[in-house]
Design a protein around this ligand. Structure first.
Ligand SMILES: [Zn+2]
Ligand SMILES: [Zn+2]
Length: 171
């Protein structure tokens, strides 16, 4: 689980900290992202004047992505050296209404790190994921995955040379 009990830590002095290791399987809602391996990392929770600061370091996992060129699923290792989030006990003064802040669940005295981790994972990989740098993609005519085998389509046509027209324009 990615929830941590902080009731005891909240009663201690500012600057007090607790360390945890995480090595856990997890399913994000709608499998977004879909995990292929455990979530691993070191968690440090520090008591602050307004709540708890959570820092995760040496984070590692593996997710399944869809290649934007050949459309095949492929595994992508995710490594994030450090991420952090502050969890407030109550709404701090002077905060902008638009500012997104996280709160400690004061009923259960716990914080949930899953949303922090989800957002960090998603922002760690390219918006246009590619299974490998030289992925050949699909044939624009017959749809064949060109990484697996070549097709007999005529690829000398203008549709496969996106810069051909540009060249003419520059003349
Ligand atoms: Zn691909
Ligand atoms: Zn083809």
């Amino acid at each position: 689980m990615l929830k941590f009990k902080v009731g005891e830590l909240l009663t201690r002095d500012t600057g007090s900290l607790e360390r945890y290791e995480i090595d856990t399987s997890y399913n994000f809602p709608d499998n977004d992202p879909k995990l292929l391996a455990n979530l691993k990392g070191e968690v440090i929770l520090i008591k602050t004047t307004q709540g708890i600061n959570a820092e995760i370091s040496n984070f590692k996992t593996e997710v399944e992505l869809n290649c934007s060129r050949c459309l095949e699923k492929y595994p992508q290792t995710i490594k994030i050296p450090s991420m952090e989030e502050h969890f407030y006990t109550s709404k701090p003064k002077g905060i902008k209404p638009t500012e997104e802040i996280s709160f400690i669940d004061m009923k259960h005295h716990e914080i949930d790190l899953s949303e922090l981790i989800r957002q960090e994972i998603i922002s760690s990989y390219d918006m246009i994921p590619v299974c490998k740098k030289d992925c050949k993609g699909l044939c624009s005519k017959c749809g064949q995955n060109l990484n697996k085998k070549t097709c007999k389509c005529d690829k000398s046509g203008p549709t496969n040379k996106p810069f051909a027209n540009l060249k003419n324009l520059l003349k």
